[in-house]
Design a protein around this ligand. Structure first.
Ligand code: FES
Length: 332
């Protein structure tokens, strides 16, 4: 039994009650399986906004995980009604149509986290834990409709090699942040999301700038950036390759694809190649299970892949960019 399962067992109520609002059945089932594997057994699925509200009014809900684009009610409206009726309900947004505006709106409504699809299994689990765990120890939080996440301040270690961006670029970004935000302490997360959306990662001088804008300490901003797995402190590769590890893709061999990439290109999930050509990631489900196993190279979705065709994607890009392609290692 892992730590979370122990915590769940020892809690007054047997399980945190989670309501998952997601209109794509395959994505909903995949996320439900992840939650089940993590020890969260009380998960209700709702495929529409109205169904979510009906469930919410019928029973206790500790955490609402909500898609935004739904067939009936706007997801933000569902969140607004939920937070209005029971402000202490945790909320995580999951969306395939992320925008700075919707991120800001969600955080203003009190969402604890905002995940852009596709997100990794680790990002999802981390967001769920982050939304549920602090709730027990944060009684004063409910008094504030827009709580600033109080995360442990992390010291900026001198031997941690954070990357600094061109100061002119940061100045331009800072001007945009000033236009977009009021500079309140509770705007740290949407600011981090905006910077990462522009640069692909969070450079040290951007963290400093956000600290100055919001009046938080640099250590507190750094602590927030390292707490959430959606944020990166290192630059990503010029090409991002995402391999799906959802159930359908796993059954059809996504692990073999990852192993072949690891052997041939010395790249494991979460890593960026030393020449910054590739970053390899895994995701829980792209919602394209019918063509599993799925690999997405930058924005191009490739279905029915196998280890050879997946490696061919890397090789094609290397050929186009005239970088030598590593030979396949000899079988032992
Ligand atoms: S499991 Fe759904 S796309 Fe891979």
């Amino acid at each position: 039994m892992n730590a979370l399962q122990e915590a769940v067992h020892s809690a007054e109520r047997p399980w945190p009650q989670i309501l998952l609002l997601e209109d794509e059945t395959s994505v909903a089932r995949g996320l439900q399986m992840i939650l089940d594997e993590e020890g969260y057994r009380a998960v209700d699925l709702a495929l529409s906004g109205q169904a979510a509200l009906d469930t919410f009014h019928r029973k206790e809900v500790d955490l609402l995980i909500a898609d935004l684009r739904l067939p009936d009610i706007d997801g933000l409206e569902v969140i607004r009604q939920v937070k209005h009726d029971r402000p202490d309900t945790g909320v995580i947004v999951i969306t395939g149509y992320s925008t700075v505006d919707s991120a800001v709106a969600a955080m203003k409504l009190g969402a604890k986290d905002y995940l852009s699809k596709p997100f990794s299994e680790d990002e999802f689990v981390s967001a769920v834990k982050g939304a549920l765990v602090p709730k027990k120890a944060s009684a004063p939080e409910a008094a504030h409709p827009m709580p600033a996440p109080e995360l442990p301040a992390a010291p900026l270690e001198p031997d941690l090699h954070l990357t600094r961006e061109d100061p002119d670029r940061i100045d331009r970004l800072l001007a945009d942040l000033r236009r977009q935000f009021a500079g309140r302490p509770d705007e740290v997360i949407p600011m981090l999301q905006m910077v990462q959306g522009r640069l692909g990662y969070l450079p040290e001088n951007a963290l400093d700038a956000i600290a100055r804008l919001t009046g938080r300490s640099a250590a507190a901003v750094f602590g927030t950036a390292t707490f959430y797995e959606q944020f990166r402190l290192a630059p990503v590769g010029r090409h991002i390759v995402r391999v799906c590890r959802g159930t359908a893709c796993h059954v059809k061999g996504s692990d073999r694809i990852l192993e072949e990439i690891r052997q041939r290109f010395e790249l494991s999930p979460g890593e960026t190649s030393p020449d910054r050509q590739f970053t390899l990631e895994t995701v829980a489900c792209f919602g394209s299970c019918a063509i599993a196993p799925v690999v997405v190279v930058d924005d191009s979705v490739k279905g029915r892949m196998n280890p050879a065709s997946a490696c061919r994607c890397f090789a094609d890009i290397r050929e186009q960019e005239r970088i030598p392609i590593p030979e396949r290692p000899e079988e032992e």
